[in-house]
Design a protein. Structure first.
Lengths: 223, 223
């Protein structure tokens, strides 16, 4: 499968490298693909990423990633996501977008607030409404990047991940990606309005991160 | 210990009966204590509750409950909590308030939205700011009533509960109550601003309730 990853921070790098390692063809989309040596915060530089991700992966502009991907992954900062997608709009129609972003607003300082949209809608719903040709699935926004692609690092994978979306084919593609990463407890929350609860989980996640002192945790739905 | 429970729905009834069964003296506070046979939604009538809760428990007006309790429990509907507390304000100074309520706003239909307050604050913080003489602890708002008081019903109690508050003595009292119910994984999230994440968990809880078809579930923080 050809994947286009939008966003080259720790989330995009982790997802992109894991997919490339499985043999998929990956373009990691970034704002300025010539700047391979810029610091990427928690992640390494793009030059380091390329060295690790192997022959199935390359770095490109957002538009190259969007054009390449049969399935797209939104790993941009949440408040920038709509603008990034608008810039590649000609490549979106009919494609699945796996949305991992969180609409975290840091303008009021730490901890960030979760932005909501018209009528309390989630960012995922805002993206779906803005780009009706996309088939948006929300998943994986509820935990740290390294666990997204390797859940067995923690409790042998005995914890939960969620998805929601309006399109059955897109959800099946997302589920296939999750199973490829090793997820076994995948909870289908129904349509894309499920993204409201998934995005509003972030304040508790951030608080737990502070208290536990490390991001290597996740929730399990015990039932 | 003398407990005053504010609110006589399923949460207040469950907490009150469990505390009375442990030998504590409980007044279950309600709006009109003479109406013992009114329907209480998911819970039984107050007459049924009295019959089950035994000799340590009685029903009273909100003010009787507030006067009786060394520790108070807020189990009122979230959007009514401040008004109920204002009505019993003369009994609040210096007391611990264990706040289990959720500020669910049903005015826009189902599912309800979670109301937030000035600057994104939680209801628990709003209560603390409005009644500075109280020592507010947020806990137990994250799960269904019967599990609150009997966590061992599910996975032998191997799931998590949280608390946050600004006062160490009040948090110790809440922790003692939780241990009395059988909780073992009690995660202290620090000061009362932790209530933001705990209240914003509700949209995901409500969605899971719909998907799983029953409320007998909880989250476990795997770490």
């Amino acid at each position: 499968m050809n994947y286009g990853i939008l966003g080259s921070g720790i989330v995009g790098q982790s997802i992109g490298a894991a997919l490339a390692a499985q043999g998929h063809s990956v373009v990691l989309g970034t704002g300025d693909p010539a700047r391979l040596d810029d610091s990427k915060g928690y992640a390494g530089t793009l030059r380091e990423w390329l060295a690790g991700a192997g022959p199935n992966a390359r770095v490109g502009a957002f538009a190259e990633a969007a054009a390449h991907g049969e399935v797209l992954v939104n790993a941009t900062a949440g408040l920038a996501s709509v603008d990034v997608l608008r810039g590649v709009e000609t490549h979106l129609d009919g494609k699945t977008l796996i949305d991992i972003s969180n609409p975290l607003d840091f303008s009021g300082g730490m901890p960030p607030a979760v932005r909501t949209y018209e009528g309390g809608a989630s960012l995922a719903e805002e993206i779906q409404a803005t780009f009706p040709g996309l088939r948006v699935v929300k998943t994986l926004n509820t935990l740290t990047a390294s666990l997204m692609v390797n859940p067995r690092q923690l409790a042998d994978g005995d914890h939960s991940v969620f998805l929601g979306g309006n399109d059955a084919v897109a959800k099946a593609q997302a589920t296939e990606m999750l199973r490829g990463f090793g997820w076994t407890d995948i909870i289908d929350l129904g349509d894309l309005s499920a993204a409201r609860g998934l995005e509003l989980w972030l304040p508790l996640w951030l608080r737990l991160f502070g208290v536990l002192g490390a991001p290597m945790f996740n929730l399990k739905i015990v039932r």
